[in-house]
Write a protein that binds this ligand. Structure first.
Ligand code: KG4
Ligand code: ZN
Length: 365
């Protein structure tokens, strides 16, 4: 086999749905990542306390091609040697998606390669398959990111049944909004988790909404109100009176002695909701494997609690490597490889900022 034909099954993946530009080359034959590169926009958005869509798009323009060059160079691969180009078609920020889609389509046209549009959440959902040991179908998946909190039954690639969903905020959003009230920078999830390490999680009574609702849904919007009220109480700021429309958002001072306690209490509340509903999903489906995917899956308190509770119930939990939990190009290239048969030479750029996982077509592997 020549060097070039050996590379013929390499899929280039491009991720640009939010605040990370991710690129990777994935070998569809060996099932391994060949090379990858990531540029995070955290520092760019931090001064604004959240993602500024226009800045995100411009930054993807700045780094997309650079990262592709870097990955191809590292893998000693010419663009003409890739098998296909996969890109995130949605869901995500429209402008950010357009940059990655346009870049992927332009290169695919120039190199005469087919394109594979990929669903970002399918990228997250299937990323535990890249770990060793990997789960086998069927399994339950807990998808926990900045925009999603879902429990799915996964019977194969593209065979997804929604078991439960958040009725308001996502778990990542609950982490980020609580972190803001604690005076932490964006994105607050990992910073809140770090602060929580030295706190007492029983210090404050934070609600666990819908815990006994009998279904597999989540609700996290009330958490930020509960945290805001604790911040007002411990700092002696006024609570909203009856009929008050809004008050300025309170922020816990940086040197407040109970910061870590509040962080730990919030984290425990979010983790309890995720763990209990996931165990209920295992019970309901009778399955014994669960995978956790998405940015919040990097949370070590969640990993410890879920692993322990699942073991109790006779189930096993699979996690992607921590680096694959948050957005990255490898998960997109991986799905591209699984959906290689769907690659087409349709270069019309068409992104899907809103896109349900249930709309995906099943793949027979
Ligand atoms: O999957 P992801 O990178 O992007 C989306 O597709 O949304 O998830 C980002 C979310 C953010 O809300 C971030 O605060 C949260 O994941 N996150 C964490 C941790 N690492 C990332 N939340 C809690 N603990 C962590 N260690
Ligand atoms: Zn994501």
């Amino acid at each position: 086999m020549t060097e070039t034909s050996r590379k013929r099954r390499w899929v280039l993946g491009v991720e640009s749905s939010c605040d990370e530009t991710g690129v990777a080359l994935f070998d569809a034959e060996s099932g391994k990542v060949v090379a990858e590169a990531l540029h995070s926009q955290i520092a760019l958005h931090a001064p604004y306390g959240g993602v500024v869509p226009e800045l995100a798009s411009r930054d993807h323009i700045k780094y997309g091609l650079r990262l592709i060059d870097q990955v191809l160079h590292e893998a000693e691969c010419a663009g003409q040697d890739v098998e296909a180009i996969a890109y995130t078609q949605g869901p995500g920020l429209a402008g950010a998606l357009l940059v990655g889609a346009q870049l992927a389509a332009s290169l695919a046209f120039a190199w005469d390669k087919p394109l594979i549009p990929v669903h970002h959440m399918e990228g997250h959902l299937l990323s535990p398959l890249l770990a060793d040991p990997a789960p086998e179908f069927p399994f339950v998946a807990l998808l926990v990111s900045g925009g999603h909190t879902q429990l799915m039954r996964v019977d194969g690639v593209g065979r997804y049944e929604l078991l439960g969903d958040t009725i308001d905020d996502a778990a990542g959003e609950a982490f980020d909004k609580s972190a803001k009230l604690l005076g932490l920078a964006y994105p607050g999830g990992p910073l809140l988790a770090k602060l929580a390490e030295s706190g007492n999680e029983n210090a404050f009574a934070i609600p666990r909404p819908l815990l006994h609702s009998g279904d597999l849904n989540f609700s996290f919007a009330g958490l930020k109100t509960a945290v805001a009220n604790v911040v007002r109480q411990v700092t002696g700021t006024a609570l909203p009176g009856r009929g008050a429309v809004s008050l300025p958002q309170p922020v816990l001072p940086f040197d407040h002695p109970q910061r870590a306690d509040l962080a730990a209490s919030v984290q425990a509340a979010i983790v309890d909701c995720l763990v209990i509903k996931t165990l209920n999903a295992l019970k309901k489906t009778g399955l014994t494997q669960v995978v956790v995917a998405g940015g919040v899956g990097a949370n070590s308190r969640l990993r410890e609690a879920l692993t322990a509770e699942a073991a109790h119930a006779g189930a096993k939990v699979f996690y992607p490597q921590v680096a694959l939990c948050t957005d990255n190009g490898a998960m997109i290239a991986h799905v591209g490889a699984l959906r290689l048969a769907e690659a087409t030479r349709d270069y019309a750029v068409n992104v899907r900022p809103r896109w349900a996982l249930s709309e995906l077509r099943p793949v027979n592997l």
